[in-house]
Design a protein around this ligand. Sequence first.
Ligand code: GDD
Ligand code: MG
Length: 356
Amino acid sequence: MIAVVLVGGEGTRLRPLTLDEPKPVLPIGGVPFMSLLLDRLAAAGVTKVILSCGYLPDRLRAGIGTPPPGVDVEVVVEDEPLGTAGAIRFAAVGRVDGPFLALNGDVLGDADFGALVAAHRTAGATASIGLTPVDDPTRFGVVVHDAQGNVERFVEKPPNADGLGPAPWWVNAGAYVLDPSVLDMIPSGRMVSIEREVFPELVGRGLICVRSEGYWRDIGTLESFLTANADAVAGRVHTRLGGSENAVLIDPSATVADDAIVIGPVLIAAGASIGAGAEVGPDVVIGAGATVAPDATVRGSVLLAGARVSALATVERSAIGLNALVGERARVIDSALGTDEAAGAGEELVGERRPS
Ligand code: GDD
Ligand code: MG
């Protein structure tokens, strides 16, 4: 089985973290997100993964690391964004010769891709969409379907839930199995959205869907990125981290002062250090080599590799970028600092992105 993974987005909702690192290689529990996705694809029997990208391709290649055994990864680069369908076409033409998986590259989940493939084959479908239930349909592609899983309507980002039936709404989870004939429906030479142009046209022509109730989260906003990190450590989603509720995962090469307070779920990666009297957790990931100085507090946050939180500072519900610095007694709340950025000593950041 071949999988095309869409990773061309600029990750605008995750800026400034995505200014120099593409969304798919941002860390979830200290591991590049794409490595976790490759684990899942390998488990589903995928042997070739084509990453369809355009934004920061070199950083993407460098950030993925070594793929799991038996999985070959090819990166194809668009000169300009082709849209979700255009990008699938660009990546798949000449590389697939049967039904293939196509995935949004920003979804952390548990759903079994193998089950989607099996349902597609059993039904003899043209295209099959994996679904997940949500409470707010307006941010997703809503898939109205019958009891047999035949898609009746596909509505991308509806302005409200009018006419879409009662909650929960079943939406496009960003995982498809496509027959190669779908590629012929996608015009070349311009941006084409699979959600807005292709799926609506396929309704009644072999478009089916499969529900899944497992863990599912699009990591594309700051809030969901932080939650996804906490969920991975807490084992709410199954990953190689082997997390569990209230887990305290400390790498053997990290140093934690005896009187530091560490409240799970928390992960402290290789070479990180937590100073005396510091309070870290719950829902915290301290990246490799990051430091939390004495008497600082970090809650509900992610420190990327090499980030530094100075003495007596507070970081809450925030992401601190690579090698970024939170100065002494600074307060960083609901905010994000990009690579090498700083919050000055005593400064207060609430709901800010730096650089914005
Ligand atoms: N190669 C390439 N080229 N990739 C792209 C392009 C493009 O032009 N545009 C978007 N992508 C990639 C993004 O990087 C992301 O991995 C995926 O396609 C989806 O784009 P998003 O920008 O994250 O879309 P969304 O989250 O608003 O909505 C999509 O995902 C929802 C589930 O999370 C839609 O597919 C919805 O229908 C769906 O419910
Ligand atoms: Mg998304």
